[in-house]
Design a protein. Structure first.
Length: 189
């Protein structure tokens, strides 16, 4: 009886049989290139997917970290102090509004000093800050000097109106008068 031999047998190049050798050859002309290209594409797709997954994980971790820092800062805030600061800021804004609308009457004196004729003297002065008006009483050396003073004030861009009344000769010499002037707001700001 013949023994059954289950070991594969292949032929060698010399023509002899080699026991236990396997002969697997997968060489198709052009067939291996398509297979390699497919494997490269699959590896590339998985690499890109893995890169995006990792990038998403990094971004998610950064968002969580920033959110935690924001919560920590929110908890560290002193809300009572913030309310005090906001209240102080509102008070400062109110003070600023008051100062912006404040009338500086000293600027009226400077104006009168600069634009008054040396031959005109004022004996009384009343300033109305709300109406931006000045009432003056005074004496000029002559009618001509008084007229020049009136023209000087009327031609000034800071004056709205000039009214002169009560003009009369003075017993000491010269001309006595009363004058009312209206100022523009820019002069006293």
């Amino acid at each position: 009886m013949a023994l059954l031999d289950l070991k594969p047998k292949t032929e060698s190049k010399e023509g002899g049989i080699i026991e236990g050798a396997k002969k697997l050859v997968y060489r198709l002309p052009g067939g291996n290139a398509l297979f390699v290209f497919s494997i490269v594409i699959i590896v590339l797709v998985f690499s890109v997917y893995g890169g995006f997954w990792y990038y998403k994980k990094v971004l998610t971790d950064n968002i969580e970290e920033v959110s935690q820092k924001t919560l920590d800062l929110e908890n560290e805030r002193d809300k009572d102090e913030e309310k005090k600061i906001v209240g102080a800021e509102k008070k400062l804004e109110n003070i600023k509004d008051i100062l912006d609308s404040h009338v500086f009457s000293s600027k009226v004196f400077s104006f009168l000093e600069e634009f008054s004729n040396p031959q005109v003297s004022f004996s009384s002065f009343t300033f109305n800050a709300i109406g931006l008006q000045v009432e003056l009483s005074g004496r000029a050396a002559s009618y001509e000097v008084l007229a020049k003073q009136m023209v000087t004030f009327q031609n000034n861009s800071n004056i709205n109106k000039v009214d002169v009344s009560g003009i009369q000769l003075s017993q000491e010499g010269g001309v006595e008068f009363e004058m009312e002037m209206g100022f523009k707001q820019e002069l006293v700001k």
